[in-house]
Write a protein of this length. Structure first.
Lengths: 103, 128, 915
């Protein structure tokens, strides 16, 4: 009973509430895995934001081509692909399918 | 031809006592110290009565009993279990295997000899 | 080229297929086998983001502006990592609050503000209609190109000659049939989502096929196209960005497409409102960016291929996807390209019009209708029909509006410009919506001010110039500014001259929007209702468990009133269903309860919201029931109370879990005890058995002696001696049992001193020499010379060695038996081994012989005479000396018993202890 605010309520009212509680089913348990997910996602967001904006982008803003592809074009697609792989890995590692769903 | 009695036990003292008693009762006595030795003697001598301990190394008394009861030529051989195993389940098992009598140790020598005599008569009566 | 029949046939066939798919999806959902809960369907439905604008317009933009078009897709990719944080929260809020539209979402957050919900709807309609027009334009011009003989789109004649007019009509009918459903179904559009997911596959496949045929068929791969492009200065320019203007555009386009992905009504519809499972985000987070990447791979190659193929510039770059295959006389490919574009356009039109028509009905029309009590009472019974009819009319009106826009405004603009203006319009919701999800301080007035200001600046800086461009406004405005004021020039607002038009418009509108939102919010006080909603929105993960029992309503109403209301708007059957479900969930007896409590009112409101939208439901209840203002304090207390109950419940759950664990542990302990008890029984029965054996002998022999007084001397003596021997055996047995019990109960005291084990061995062997001689057994003693001392109880060590020796003696045959006793020092311990050449011990018993009288159930095999307690005692003695004992044996060849004791470290003084 660690809740700091315990409103004064009559016993009858609280009995009434007890029945309500049956409706909610198991309370979801947040795993430590899930908590580790958010900072990782934010990190990917930050990294992508930096990589596809100036000034980092200006480095690759050159007329030449690599393997027949324009440098900038190749760079952006490479970053894109890396982000997709990173997202897939992070999400599947830290997010199991068992989290609580509705409906 | 006198009745052949086989005594099977791994305790020398009991063998000694039983041998004395059977000889005194006029039976021809054979002795085995374990189950496999007993089976050899059974094949060779075809004893009429077998006094059988249960707890013996390797081949136990139950096995000897069913060996006798399933033997082709030993229909009339009587088996008496003489054992320290005294639980109801043990006794039931003994009779289920076809034993004619189940006696628990320690035993009364007179009672044992009376029973052997009685079984011998039954056996001979059938035989006649 | 006359493909008219083919193109019309394919288009109608495709629409029919879509219709069938939607119907099938709906049927499956009704049978509980929802396809929409599938994560792949969800991820694909998100790709409604890729419209005809992507399909045709990206190529057009790439052909003129280089890789800038990628920002439209990098923006959503950039949001992907945040979906788990933002989208999931929005999904949860919508589910908990039964929100049905984007306007619902914003107005619900700011205390069910009706004015806000009107405002959002208006902005959406004004922002999105041009976008729909864009799709119509794309379908229309692609249709024209495919069916005419020229590669250049002809401007359509009068409206009845315009193919896009007919397409609009067909689409309208189609959307009405499967997009606006009867009231009593849920807020989800299963069929629509399935169809959209399918369209996403079609457009991706079509674009990839067309792209690869152009790249590898008409040209010789990527390298070839890029190499050729590099030789032309006009194209080489597109390889890089202009550092001055390009980067600022790049950044602002990224921003605006980020917001657009989250805030476009159609995206909000598929990503949030149609989401069935939050965990579907798990796959979508990476699948959707992958989709975007794939659909963009060929954009630049096609753009260059088009520019290289049509160097004169007379072919619109927006049509390269179609005109390139036609130019190469690949009509099948052109038809596929058309179909892809058609699917991209239709999916956008379908979802957008459905989302917008709901918004208009739920957030404008119905609140207005139910806002007046007499009107409500009069219309009540026809309400369902009115709602459906209004949605249908909305769809037609929206499409007509879009068509008109397309006819009179859009034709002079390229696809991408119109799309970006739409993006910028919905981006105006970002401060109010995202701010509302994370900042409790945001108020209704702030949100309204932000959206209004942002919207006005958007109109002024981005829309006005398009009207000027279409000739609907005077050119002078652009040059001299509004009313001739130079700081009110649309492209140089407030004198900002360095930014290019789009970045300029997005920047200023968002700047003033955010500024107004924050500033007004700070200076206004939220109403209690707003504070309530802010709490529920922002802490949705905390309260979503408790929301049902939290109360945002205070007033007086009867159950009958609620029942009447539900029947009026949802029909008799549905309202019965709802009340029954409520009664079952909350264990309520309707006969006993006459006063509707807040829970019931809340529940009814949410059920009404599902079919008419949240704002409408709110208005309806407010006008029908007597409501009192609820204070913030009350709201907080109620929420806390419910949350507290949930946490108590959680605690209870944890406690019962702990209890279950404890009872499991107890059960296990009980089983262990039972086993120990069983073993104790075994022990006792074995001991009695071991006692009975000598007892049997004693009794039998005593009876013989008694019955045969005439027994001769030698025989008599023999029996008497045996009787004495047997009593001794019994005595030994008894003292062994006592010894063992003493050790097991820990009462055995050891007198440890520093001793030489070799000495102990020699003494023990000496005392045994008589027995060995009698039995004619060979004994070999083989001791290592200088053993370190051990700290041990000398008498107990003697006992161990004697036990092992007598054990060995019993195993071996007299005459041929041989016993070897060895001692040696290894690994810091001293080992003593007693081996014999007896019959050995079967492997299955080896682990049991150190147990005190092992006797398993039904076991008949008897272990070697006397080995029982002796070995058990040895083991216990060694354990008390931190040593161990073990046996190795091959049956038939003998056994080797060994024990080991830790050696006393050299130089350490003996430390005799009495334990």
């Amino acid at each position: 009973m660690s809740h700091p605010h315990r409103p004064p309520n009559s016993p009858a009212a609280s009995d009434h509430r007890w029945q309500d509680l049956l409706f909610f089913g198991p309370v979801s348990k947040k795993t430590s895995n899930k908590r580790a997910l958010t900072p990782r996602l934010l990190a990917i967001f930050g990294l992508l934001l930096v990589c596809i904006n100036p000034p980092l982008l200006t480095i690759f803003n050159q007329a030449g081509s690599v393997w027949g592809f324009p440098v900038l074009y190749l760079y952006i697609f490479a970053v894109w692909m890396v982000v997709i792989v990173a997202l897939a890995r992070v999400v599947h590692k830290y997010l199991k399918t068992d989290d609580r769903d509705s409906e | 031809m006198s009745t052949k009695v086989l005594i099977v036990d791994d305790e020398p003292n009991i063998l000694m006592s039983l041998e004395f008693l059977m000889k005194k009762g006029g039976y021809q006595v054979f002795i085995a110290r374990d189950g496999s030795e007993a089976m050899e003697i059974i094949d060779r001598e075809e004893p009429h009565i077998i006094v059988l301990d249960i707890m013996m190394p390797e081949v136990d008394g139950y096995e000897v009993c069913s060996y006798v009861k399933n033997h082709a030529t030993l229909h009339t051989t009587k088996v008496i279990f003489l054992t320290a195993k005294s639980k109801d389940s043990d006794i039931e098992k003994g009779y289920a295997l076809g034993a004619d009598l189940y006696l628990t140790k320690p035993f009364s020598t007179r009672h044992l000899m009376d029973q052997v005599k009685k079984l011998d008569k039954v056996r001979k009566g059938e035989h006649l | 080229m006359n493909n008219l029949g083919w193109v019309i046939g394919f288009s109608l066939g495709y629409l029919t297929l879509l219709f069938a798919l939607a119907w099938w999806g709906e049927r499956r959902a009704q049978r509980g086998r929802s396809l929409v809960s599938n994560p792949y369907v969800y991820a694909l439905s998100l790709a409604v983001y890729c419209t005809a604008w992507t399909y045709y317009g990206s190529v057009g933009r790439a052909a003129n502006n280089g890789i800038e078009f990628l920002t439209i897709y990098l923006g959503p990719t950039l949001t992907a990592p945040l979906w788990w944080i933002i989208l999931r929260k929005a999904i949860r809020i919508c589910r908990v609050q039964r929100i049905t539209t984007l306007a619902d979402f914003i107005s619900a957050r700011y205390g069910q503000s009706l004015r806000l919900s009107y405002l959002v709807t208006i902005v959406c309609v004004l922002g999105i209609v041009p976008y729909i027009a864009l799709q119509l334009k794309a379908i229309g011009s692609s249709f024209e190109i495919l069916t005419s003989s020229s590669l250049v789109a002809q401007s359509a004649g009068t409206w009845y000659q315009d193919s896009s007019f007919y397409i609009t009509l067909v689409l309208g009918v189609f959307i009405i049939v499967f997009g606006s459903k009867p009231l009593d179904v849920t807020r989800n559009h299963e069929g629509m989502v399935v169809a959209v997911a399918f369209e996403s596959i079609v457009k991706l496949v079509a674009f990839l096929v067309v792209g690869s045929v152009i790249t590898f068929g008409l040209f010789r791969g990527f390298g070839d196209i890029f190499q050729q492009a590099q030789t032309q200065p006009a194209l080489q320019r597109l390889f890089v960005m202009d550092e001055e203007v390009g980067f600022s555009r790049w950044f602002w386009m990224l921003m605006v497409s980020m917001f657009a992905f989250l805030l476009l009504p159609r995206q909000f519809q598929v990503a949030v409102l149609e989401n069935r499972k939050e965990s579907n985000l798990r796959k979508a987070i990476w699948l959707f960016p992958l989709y975007l990447l794939l659909i963009n791979i060929f954009v630049l190659p096609i753009a260059f291929a088009g520019r290289l193929t049509f160097p004169l510039g007379n072919v619109d770059a927006d049509t390269f996807v179609l005109t390139l295959p036609l130019w190469a006389d690949r009509e099948g490919l052109a038809l596929l390209a058309y179909l892809g574009g058609f699917s991209a356009a239709t999916s956008m039109i379908i979802v957008s019009t459905i989302a917008l028509s709901r918004m208009i009905s739920h957030n404008v029309l119905v609140p207005y209708l139910v806002g007046s009590k007499p009107l409500t009472q009069r219309l009540g019974n026809y309400f369902g029909r009115i709602l459906i009819a209004s949605r249908r009319v909305n769809i037609i009106l929206l499409l007509l509006l879009a068509y008109l826009y397309h006819r009179f405004v859009a034709s002079s603009y390229s696809l991408v410009s119109i799309g970006l203006i739409s993006f910028a319009a919905v981006a105006q919701f970002a401060p109010a919506l995202l701010g509302g999800m994370y900042w409790k301080g945001g108020t209704k007035q702030g949100a309204t001010a932000g959206i209004v200001v942002g919207f006005l600046i958007w109109g002024f800086t981005l829309v006005l110039p398009t009207l000027v461009g279409s000739g609907l406004m005077a050119e002078r405005l652009m040059e001299e500014g509004l009313w001739g004021i130079s700081i009110l020039r649309p492209y140089q607002f407030l004198g900002l001259q360095t930014m290019e038009p789009l970045a300029h418009g997005v920047f200023w509108s968002l700047f003033w929007n955010l500024g107004a939102y924050v500033a007004v919010s700070i200076f206004t006080m939220p109403s209690s209702k707003e504070q309530n909603q802010a709490e529920v929105f922002i802490e949705v993960f905390k309260y979503s468990e408790a929301y049902d029992i939290s109360i945002g309503w205070k007033g007086r109403a009867t159950v009958d009133e609620i029942r009447r209301l539900l029947e009026q708007f949802l029909g008799h059957a549905r309202s019965q269903e709802i009340l029954a479900a409520f009664a079952q969930t909350y264990q309520v007896d309707w006969n006993a309860q006459t006063v509707a409590d807040a829970r019931l009112v809340n529940y009814a409101e949410r059920m009404l919201a599902e079919s008419m939208g949240r704002a409408s439901a709110r208005v309806l209840l407010a006008t029908t029931l007597k409501e009192e203002e609820i204070t913030l304090e009350e709201v907080h207390n109620l929420l806390r109370e419910s949350q507290h109950l949930v946490s108590v419940n959680q605690e209870l759950r944890q406690k019962s879990e702990a209890l279950r664990e404890a009872s499991e542990a107890l059960q296990q302990a009980n089983a262990e005890l039972k086993m120990l008890d069983g073993r104790k029984d075994d022990f006792i029965s074995t001991v009695t058995h071991e006692m009975r054996t000598p007892l049997t002998g004693i009794r039998a022999m005593s009876e013989i002696l008694a019955d045969n007084p005439d027994l001769e001397g030698e025989e008599r003596d023999n029996f008497l001696h045996t009787i004495i021997g047997e009593t001794e055996r019994m005595n030994r047995l008894i003292s062994q049992v006592l010894d063992l019990e003493k050790m097991d109960s820990g009462k055995m005291s050891l007198h440890k001193t520093r001793i030489q084990l070799n000495e102990v061995i020699r003494e023990a062997v000496e005392s045994f020499i008589q027995v060995i001689k009698e039995k004619e057994i060979a004994l070999q003693v083989d001791l290592q010379g200088s053993l370190p001392p051990v700290v041990a109880d000398r008498d107990r060590m003697t006992q161990v060695i004697l036990n092992l020796l007598s054990n060995a003696v019993k195993f071996v045959e007299p005459g041929v038996g041989k016993i070897v006793i060895t001692s040696y020092f290894i690994d810091g311990e001293i080992r003593v081994r007693v081996s014999d050449n007896g019959k050995g011990i079967a492997p299955e018993i080896q682990s049991l012989i150190f147990d005190k009288f092992y006797q398993v159930e039904n076991q008949t095999v008897r272990k070697p005479i006397g080995s029982g307690l002796g070995l058990a005692i040895c083991q216990r003695i060694l354990l008390r000396h931190q040593g161990r004992i073990w046996v190795e044996s091959t049956p038939g060849e003998g056994a080797r018993f060994s024990f080991a004791l830790p050696a006393e470290p050299i130089g350490r003084p003996a430390n005799p202890t009495a334990l």
